[in-house]
Write a protein that binds this ligand. Structure first.
Ligand SMILES: Nc1ncnc2c1ncn2[C@@H]1O[C@H](COP(=O)(O)OP(=O)(O)OP(=O)(O)O)[C@@H](O)[C@H]1O
Length: 346
């Protein structure tokens, strides 16, 4: 983290207010600014994104997807702050999914429980065990570490929707940041995944599904989120998931970080390129329907979660994995590709 060294006589004034000493170099613009101005530009940029994109309407109930990590902790703090300051008129809730990962999610959930009190936001926790009858610990015991992120990603997406339905909220917001989105653009290009490339830069997704999801941090740099959490001394959990090797995404992440070092704007430009892609009309997009088994949205006969669950319950966990997948009559092409944690398609 780039904090300006405070050597007497050598520290410049903040280039925004020109009153106080600069305390940090802003990662997005490389400006040397004071803490107070950093808080202000950081929060106001998010406010502008919320207003310009009309993310919320007064009176809406909003669930903040809260994992206890830095992004969602800062999101919960800033959302509560902006809601008060700008009178958004929102009813905010914390919504956590307990995947059942001992030594990781149990600890991070303790952080979210403290955030509930610190920020005065009611918390709802939904668990894989209650929803699916399996914890990730049990799934990993059965399938090993190879495709576990596929199960986790598919189950989490649905678990958040189910939690949102229980809370009767109008929208879910997540802490996906600009770096996450730029990485996903690159990953979708590398995979040739046109359908996901087309939607991964949208600030709101799932408007045709059970519950829309928004990303107020779409243009917020990860480094700035870390700085903000550090200076504000926010209480968050910083351990990586113990089951997530994340190799392919890791390469994209490193690539973006290298580009950012040379030119900080690169992150915003990749997002812009993603936004400006036009999908050829000849590209066949999946048709939206509902799962015959559980009623969840699905482009196939069974939704991804039901296919994976069927595999687990029949002791054939590879059933829904890979390009062959389960032949579900209506559509025998691939059901699920191996996908790793932190996917934006969630
Ligand atoms: N278990 C969970 N319960 C609720 N929301 C979650 C959970 N896991 C992820 N999310 C939501 O999805 C966003 C992106 O998740 P990802 O797994 O990429 O974590 P991350 O980038 O490390 O974010 P964070 O720092 O908030 O953990 C999070 O910011 C959060 O809003």
């Amino acid at each position: 983290m780039e904090v300006v060294a405070e050597k007497p006589g050598r520290v410049r004034n903040c280039c925004l207010c020109n009153l106080r000493k600069a305390a940090l170099k802003r990662p997005k613009t490389l400006q040397q600014i004071c803490r107070e101005c950093f808080y202000e530009v950081f929060e106001e940029e998010i406010h502008r994104v919320i207003v310009d994109n009309r993310l919320f309407k007064p009176g809406e109930r909003i669930a903040i997807g809260a994992s206890g990590g830095k992004d969602s902790t800062v999101l919960a703090y800033v959302m509560a702050e902006l809601n008060r300051r700008h009178n958004y008129g929102l009813d905010l809730f914390l919504l956590s999914v307990d995947e059942g990962i001992t030594g990781y999610r149990d600890d991070s959930l303790e952080t979210v429980k403290r955030n509930e009190i610190q920020y005065g936001l009611p918390l709802k926790v939904v668990s894989y065990k209650d929803l699916y009858g399996w914890t990730m610990d049990e799934i990993v015991k059965m399938i090993g570490l190879k495709n576990n992120c596929t199960f986790c990603g598919v189950f989490r997406r649905q678990a958040l929707d189910r939690g949102a339905a229980l809370l009767k909220v109008d929208k879910v917001v997540t802490g996906h940041n600009a770096d996450d989105i730029a990485e996903t653009v690159i990953l979708n290009i590398l995979r040739g995944d046109i359908a996901r490339l087309g939607r991964c830069t949208s600030i709101t997704t799932g408007e045709d599904g059970p519950i829309p999801r928004c990303k107020p941090f779409k243009y917020t740099y990860e480094k700035e989120i870390v700085m903000y959490a550090y200076f504000k001394k926010l209480d968050y959990f910083s351990t990586e998931c113990i089951y997530s090797p994340n190799a392919y995404r890791g390469f994209a992440r490193e690539f973006i970080k290298d580009l950012e070092r040379i030119r900080p704007r690169a992150i915003l430009d990749i997002i812009k390129s993603g936004e400006d892609f036009r999908i050829a009309t000849s590209t066949k997009m999946p048709e939206q329907g509902t799962c015959e088994r559980c009623g969840y949205i699905s482009s196939q006969k069974w939704c991804k979660a039901c296919v994976l669950l069927e595999g687990l319950n029949r002791g054939l966990p590879k059933l829904g994995i890979g390009r062959r997948g389960i032949d579900n009559e209506r559509n025998s092409r691939k059901t699920i590709e191996n996908k790793q944690c932190g996917s934006l398609d969630f």
